[in-house]
Design a protein around this ligand. Structure first.
Ligand SMILES: *[C@@H]1O[C@H](CO)[C@@H](O)[C@H](O)[C@H]1NC(C)=O
Ligand SMILES: *[C@@H]1O[C@H](CO)[C@@H](O)[C@H](O)[C@H]1NC(C)=O
Ligand SMILES: *[C@@H]1O[C@H](CO)[C@@H](O)[C@H](O)[C@H]1NC(C)=O
Length: 500
């Protein structure tokens, strides 16, 4: 894979929060200069050896250019130093996944973005995603729980309150810690331990809230929102897992700077549903009216293929950038479907939401497309394309078009810019070749035509409409060769009309 800046809505959502939390935290990493490093550095030469000997090791796959990895590094090191004294030992390691020699490892562990953290147990035989916090104390607390038993026995009311403290906790209530139900529950706890906390008890009376006179065995899920407690009595593995997944999604996901909401935001983005996002100022005067109306709507739409999020604009700058929104448009609601369509209503009032959603469900809303204005002057060698003229320039002009998808913040794109300029200059006298670029952060890209997973991405559309992605080396000569090889010499031919 070429050198690209990776992008996902998820990272944009969190970039603001991460920047805040890292600037507030203690900036001094454990040990300056020559002191011992607690995080192990692994590479392809010693990875399997080290992992093979470890009963429990956490591996961070990072890239040197990745900003979130840099924010994590001092926290990770601090956590490693604290955990080095833990019994049983918890090792923290890192792998530079950008390094050629380690690319195979990154592939093997399904690394799609940076940083990716994996928990490896039993000499690497069991692999789980790290789903914990990203600051030192949170990492330590989460990993201590991961290295112990998957489900903790609850023997007293104190045990219960320690375990059930504002998180999702799943407790199995049994009449004995034996039998198939208990075994299935334990297997579920093992499987989902990186996502949730688990406990088991013989005594429902010591659990907070809820009815203590239960028919045992029962699975009781505690959550800090909605109904607070839900019971379930089917001990088939699949049924239990489905129950846990469904019961742990809030009716309304709340997005602000509070990190304790973030696991639910992750669930929200991982859901297969269409996503409704309402953004407003939570300190503003109409907040309560919006929240209660929106919550009722979310409840009514449960099970109908739409998930709901309420976001504070103070925390949502990344999302605003992603959608190309401005603060003066709030309160606003946006729906994003899985095929990339977007629907928007801005300057909302609480009573607007329900009728607008009904229109969406009826299919009578028109999608909205984010586009910069079509430039009036466009006489630089590299032409500027925007969403509103992309189709005209690339597919209807009958020309050979090389189009770069870039992001203004992307360093690899900045490096490519002068090279692309030279390429454009070299084709300046050939009217049938256009070298162009589009700011993919300010313009919607038709995802059914172009697959843009990182920046820069280059596509070439020949005069006859043959579309190919360039994934060679970003040198002037290589790009020119690529254009020469793929261009059609036909201009204004019938084949162009056939495409339209
Ligand atoms: C693995 O090898 C690299 C160099 O190839 C070295 O820098 C690193 O310290 C080694 N790690 C361990 C845990 O031995
Ligand atoms: C335990 O799970 C297995 C696999 O889903 C299932 O076949 C079995 O019936 C379950 N046992 C009980 C008591 O539900
Ligand atoms: C949100 O509302 C509060 C109170 O009205 C105001 O002070 C604050 O500036 C607003 N924030 C934004 C980003 O508009």
């Amino acid at each position: 894979m070429a050198r690209v800046c990776r992008v996902s809505i998820f990272f944009l959502f969190f970039s603001f929060v991460l920047a805040i939390s890292s600037s507030e935290s203690d900036p001094s990493p454990a040990g300056a200069g020559a002191e011992e490093e607690f995080v192990l550095t692994l590479d392809a030469s010693n990875f399997s050896d080290t992992v093979g000997k470890s009963s429990f090791i956490v591996v961070e796959f990072y890239a040197p250019w990745c900003g979130h990895c840099k924010n994590l590094a001092p926290e990770y090191e601090k956590a490693a130093s604290i955990l080095s004294k833990h019994d049983p030992p918890v090792s923290l390691a890192k792998v530079d996944a950008n390094d050629e020699v380690n690319k195979g490892l990154a592939g093997e562990y399904d690394v799609k973005g940076f940083p990716t953290l994996k928990i490896l147990r039993d000499g690497g035989k069991s692999i789980q995603e790290y789903k914990g916090p990203r600051e030192a104390d949170g990492i330590v607390e989460y990993l201590k729980r991961q290295v112990g038993p998957a489900s903790l026995e609850i023997k007293s009311a104190e045990d219960a309150t320690t375990l059930v403290n504002g998180k999702i906790v799943i407790v199995g209530v049994f009449s004995k810690f034996q039998g198939e139900e208990f075994e299935n529950f334990t297997a579920l706890a093992e499987k989902l331990r990186s996502d949730y906390s688990f406990g088991h008890t013989l005594n429902a009376g010591i659990l907070p809230q809820g009815d203590s006179t239960v028919n045992r065995p029962v699975v009781r899920l505690f959550k800090p929102f909605d109904e607070l407690v839900v019971d379930f009595q089917d001990f088939h593995m699949d049924a239990m897992e489905k129950f846990v997944e469904e019961a742990s999604v809030p009716i309304l996901t709340f997005y602000n700077k509070d990190p304790s909401n973030h696991p639910y935001v992750i669930k929200f983005f991982n859901s297969p549903n269409a996503k409704a996002l309402l953004f407003l100022n939570v300190s503003g005067e109409h907040f309560e009216a919006f929240k209660s109306k929106y919550h009722d709507i979310a409840k009514n739409y449960k099970g109908k293929g739409v998930s709901f999020l309420l976001g504070d604009i103070e925390a949502s700058q990344g999302a605003f950038q992603y959608f190309g929104l401005k603060d003066d448009q709030v309160p606003l609601i946006i729906i994003q479907t899985n095929d990339g369509q977007k629907y928007l209503k801005q300057n909302l009032e609480p009573d607007h939401i329900a009728p607008w959603l009904k229109e969406y469900m009826d299919g009578s809303l028109k999608p909205f497309k984010k586009s910069e204005p079509i430039p009036e002057v466009n006489n630089e060698p590299v032409k500027i394309v925007v969403a509103d003229n992309l189709h005209d320039v690339v597919f209807s002009s009958g020309k050979n078009v090389l189009l770069e998808f870039y992001a203004p913040w992307c360093g690899h794109c900045k490096k490519l810019a002068p090279i692309l300029d030279e390429v454009a200059v070299s084709f300046e006298n050939e009217a049938d070749v256009v070298i162009a670029k589009i700011d993919a952060t300010s313009n919607d890209i038709p995802s059914d035509v172009f697959e843009v997973q990182g920046y820069p991405t280059l596509y070439f559309s020949s005069a006859s409409g043959n579309l190919v992605q360039y994934d060679g080396i970003n040198s002037k000569e290589d790009i020119i060769d690529f254009v020469q090889k793929n261009r059609d010499t036909v201009v204004q031919s019938d084949s162009v009309k056939d495409e339209l």
